[in-house]
Structure formats: C-alpha cells, structure tokens
Design a protein around this ligand. Sequence first.
Ligand SMILES: Cc1ncc(COP(=O)(O)O)c(C=O)c1O
Length: 456
Amino acid sequence: MEPSRRAFLRTFTGSGLLAFAWLKDDWAVHLARAQEAAPSSQPPSVAAGNENFWFHIQQAFDIDRSIINLNNGGVCPSPRVVHEAMKRQLDWANHAPSRHLWEDQDPQVELIRVRLARQFGCDPEELAITRNASESLQIVLNGLDLKAGDEVLTTTQDYPRMLNTLRQRERREGIVLKQLRLPVPIQSADQVIKLFEEGISEKTKAILVCHVVNITGQILPVAEICRMARERGIRTIVDGAHAFAQITYQCADIDCDMYGVSLHKWLTAPIGTGFLYVRKELIKSLWPLQAAPIEKDDNIRKFEEIGTHPTAPRLAIGEALTFYQGIGPARKEARLRWLRDYWAQRLSKYERVRFHTNLDPAHSCAIATFGIEGIAPNDLAQRLWRQHKIIVTPIVHEDFQGIRVTPNVYSTTQELDIFCDAIGDLIEKGLPEKEPAAQPAVTQPATSAPASAPAS
Ligand SMILES: Cc1ncc(COP(=O)(O)O)c(C=O)c1O
C-alpha cells in the first residue's frame, strides 16, 4: 500500500474494523505481528501450535472461506503479496511487451535463478526455471540417451504423467520401464532401499523416484537410493514436486543427478512455475525438450528455450521465496505436520479408518491418505463437497484406495474440526442410499491406462 493511503487510513480510521482492513492489506505488518507472537528463538515444535502466529499467516491469503480446501497437494493458492506481484508484472509487460517482457523482465529472471538456487543449495548454473515439475521431469525423461533394452527403474506410485513419458519411450524406442510396488503404508526406509536394491539389474540405466509420494505423502529415502545408484553408475532422477518447501533439505543432502519441482505447490508461487536441477557435468549430455542452439549445449538455460511466455509468474517466485523464508522453513514444516496430526489423530480413533500413510514424522509431513472401510473414495469425496463444501482428493490405486487430505499454512483448526466432524458423521450414519448423479472418478492407475485427471 502506498504511503499516502496508509497515512489517510491512520488519520481517518478510529474503528478497529477499518484498522484491521488496513492490516489485511499489508503483509509486512502481519509478518511483524507474527514475529511478535512467535519470535525466531521459539523452537519450531512450539511455534507449530502457536495460533497467534498462524493467524497472521492465514490472513496473508485471499481465499474463499465459504469452502474448505484440503487439496493443497494439487496446487496451492498464492499469498496476496505473491499474487499482486505477479499481476503487477503482467500489467507492466502488457504496456509494451516487446520491450518490457524481453528487455526488462527476462533479464530479471537471473536473480530469481540465484535466489532459488540458494534455497535449494545448488549452483545457479545448475538450475533451469520451468513451468512445473511435469516439464522439468519430461525434459529429463525424454532427454536422456537410452537405447532399446535399457531399463528405467521406478515405482507403481510414481506420477502418471512421468510414467506415461517412459511408456511412450517404451513404444517408440523399446526401452524398458520396470515398476516396483511400494508397501502401503511403508514401514521403514530400509524396506524401500532393499526394494530398489533388488530391482536394479545390469540393464538399469536410470532410476526415477519420488521424494514425497503424491498419493500417500510418504517421504522416501532418496539420498540412500541415489547413493546406491551412483555406486553402480545409474542416473538418478528425483521427482521433488511435493518436497520443495514442504520439508526442509538441501540439494547436497540428496545428491541426485536431476531433480524436478513444481513451485505452485508448497512454495505457493504463481501457477505455472517450477524448476529443474541438473548436475553440472551432465547438462551437456542431456537433450532439451525444445531444441536449443549448439552454443548453449552446456548451459542450463538451454532447457528454458520455450518461446514467448509470461515472465510475470517467474518474477513473482521472488515474493514467494521471501514469504516462505519469512515464515521459516523449519517452522512451516513443523506446522504442516502439526495440522496433519491435528486431523489424523482425531480420525485414528475410528475402527473403520485405515491410514495408508505412515504418520511417523520421519516418514511423512503435510499429506496423509486414509480409507474408510465400506465407503468408496469417490463417493466420500463427492459427499464432502456436496454437503460440506470440503475439497479432498479421492485416490484409486491398484494397491489401495482412500482420500488424500492436504491442509496448508492458511488452513485453520476450525476447518479441520468441521472436516473431522463430517467424517465422524459419515462413519456413524453411513452414506445415503441414493446420491445425486456421480461426477467422473479421479483414478490413479499405476501400471495400466493413463489417467486423464491424475491426483496431483
Ligand atoms: C509426484 C508428482 N510429480 C509430478 C507432478 C506434476 O506436477 P505439475 O502438474 O505441477 O507439473 C505432480 C503433480 O501433482 C506430482 O504429484
């Protein structure tokens, strides 16, 4: 808000309501209030349940409180400060796109590259800014030189679009996609490491593995899998769509060859933003999805050759990083886990509720999936939406079924209480015999046909 408007409001608003309206406009004030409520000396585990702190974070978002959005795993709303920055940049570009977009805004993306690289802990020359994790991972999965018979090892719980990319290469070039079945829920990191170890063959050339599995929220031991693969000369591709800004880690902790992220998920950056990390010495040998000139062969920017596109969402990543860093990565992770525990503990008391996620903090964070014996996930999700205006994600996988629940930092405990009450009510009273016509099912086939609407 410009200083003159602020001064005007200060002069003319005696009422608390107007003062609050002013506060709502100003993220910096909210941040200051939040810091007062939970100074940085307060341990994340304590700050996680400090509602005085989180109130101010909740107020940073313009969202519709007449619905309860518990699908933040798919895509997240941005805080007001991020969304406004994007709109400002979009407006500015539109004044004279050929100049403002290409000559002013595009060069500014370089600072965003530096800031993202600092957060992720890599060299900026190893980080390409993309539109999402799909683009990042498709660059890698299509860009690796593989020949007929070469195996790519992954799981039946990897993201359908990534599996389809590999299936297309199977059909086109005769590579082999080998999928492991992860236990549900996973009991230990060793269990997963052993599975990958046993799945590796002499023909394995690459491993694709999720850092956080989208349909269960399970955190996988990617560092150990990458170490094992490296010892055998196998390339490692980590799908970090759900990990970045949900859990805290640095690139060096994982030490993979390539890593793909969506920034419109947990970083709450504008929709249509992501990044791709490629280990420096591998950039040259990886083909871009859209052709780049030979002079760019070993330049990470060759993966950004996508033609004219809006720079505004990319520039507003800077605001999203500032917002995230303002909350504090450890504090955010602790809060996400706290919110997950808040609803999951209440639902655990029902005998018919079965969790498909290991709720141990070492194995999961914001995301958890559960099924209710005798109730199909699509019916449950539809009922929650129609009757309670609650959004959840139905998951139908060949090994398990359930609904995935993903609150975010703007979610309130009252919203989670309403959700838990609705589930309790359904368990006690059951679904009515006759429901209105069903909407199309959201399925997640792991090994068979491609899903047209994958759970994100
Ligand atoms: C594990 C995983 N990988 C990749 C993606 C693709 O993300 P996007 O649609 O943002 O490209 C998703 C989306 O939810 C995901 O959950």
